[in-house]
Design a protein around this ligand. Structure first.
Ligand code: GLY
Length: 370
């Protein structure tokens, strides 16, 4: 059932292994990377309670010792104070240049640990063991690492590729339904941005996937990772095509900012709503068939996910205020907002040529439906 996706980046190439039971085999998988049988693990308190002993046993089976630091769970951990604590802790553990840091957790831990590894002793290797669906299909692959700044999300960081990714699909069983489905927003994104047949496969297999069918989970994660790997290999530092991975994210970032990056809207939920809005905008600009936005929305809704602005609890600001929040996005180049639009399902492209009025009217109508 296990699948391996190779990310061919020359001397920084690595494998992403996807399948159930990888935590228990972590020792055998990581051992070839080690000069000495010892690793430092960064994790969060929630993941530690669920999976740290499993990882410890997996490593111990190959005689690998492990020390771990569990940071508080949540987005607030992706900040200077926790980053400093993590780096100081790694130094206190006497992690050497040839050692390996392990990130056990979701996107927050993966991004923070990857950045810590990038700067520790000018760069040590790290292994990602992503425990959320979102981290397995997106953030653990491709080498974007970093923390948030008071000015915005992910504004401080580095490109630092992992040496190995172990995506254990069994651990997805410990996610809440809401967290799982939020991660699924990123899975749908891959079909929408570049593979109509994958989107069709998801329309058919999405329910089995969320119901826990392991073979379907492995297939969906591995396919998403393969698509991401192909894009990252073409454009590692996001000079062009890599921005396709941000389909739905311009809307999403505005909505996340408007909801205070709180539990009102999880990132993957915002991505799903954002994808639906990006297709609505594409259709209104005459770029994609009129039926595409409804098909996108129908699948997201059928999966029981937040689909429309009406599904976000509490007040939202005006359309104009949301457009202003988009201006804070990292994807602004020379003051121009870049959007990912689509010529159809599976055919996304990057453009800076989007009339602001069209964005405003999509948002005004979406807000009016609340
Ligand atoms: N999560 C988007 C990227 O890795 O480029």
């Amino acid at each position: 059932m296990e699948k391996t996706v190779h990310v061919p980046l020359g001397d920084r190439a690595y494998d992403v292994i996807v399948g159930p039971g990888l935590l228990a085999q972590a020792g055998a998988r990581i051992a070839p990377l080690l000069r000495r049988r010892k690793v430092a693990v960064l994790t969060d308190e929630n993941v530690a309670a669920l999976h740290l002993e499993g990882l410890r046993a997996g490593l111990a089976s190959e005689g690998i010792e492990m020390e771990a630091l569990a940071l508080p769970a949540g987005e607030a951990t992706k900040s200077w104070p926790h980053f400093e604590r993590a780096v100081e802790w790694l130094l206190s553990q006497k992690v050497e240049r040839n050692d390996v840091v392990v990130a056990l957790g979701g996107g927050v831990i993966g991004d923070l640990a990857g950045f810590a590894a990038a700067v520790l002793r000018r760069g040590v290797r790290f292994v990602q063991i992503p425990t959320s669906l979102l981290a397995q299909v997106d953030s653990s692959v491709g080498g974007k690492t970093g923390i948030n700044a008071p000015h915005g999300k992910n504004l401080i960081g580095a490109f630092h590729q992992p040496s190995l990714v172990l995506a254990d699909t069994e651990v997805l069983g410990t996610l809440t339904a809401r967290d799982f489905l939020a991660g699924y927003g990123e899975v749908v994104k891959y079909g929408l941005l570049g593979d109509a047949s994958f989107f069709e496969w998801l329309e058919q297999n999405g329910p089995a996937l969320s119901g826990g069918d392991m073979a379907t989970r492995v297939q969906a994660v591995a396919h998403s990772v393969q698509m991401k790997a192909d894009i990252v290999v073409r454009d590692e530092t996001e000079q062009g095509d890599r921005a396709l991975l941000n389909l739905g994210h311009t809307f999403c970032h505005a909505l996340e900012a408007a909801t205070g990056y709180s539990g009102r809207l999880l990132h993957g939920e915002g991505v799903a709503i954002g994808c639906a809005l990006a297709f609505e905008l594409s259709s209104r600009l005459g770029l994609c068939p009129q039926e595409d936005p409804s098909r996108v929305r129908a699948h997201i809704k059928a999966m029981g996910m937040k689909t429309d602005l009406a599904d976000i609890e509490g007040d939202l600001p005006s359309a104009a205020a949301l457009v202003d929040l988009m201006g804070q996005d990292k994807k602004v180049v020379d003051g121009q907002l870049r959007f990912i639009l689509a010529r159809g399902i599976g055919e996304a492209f990057v453009t800076a040529d989007v009339p602001k009025d069209a964005v405003l009217s999509v948002l005004e109508d979406a807000l009016a439906d609340r």
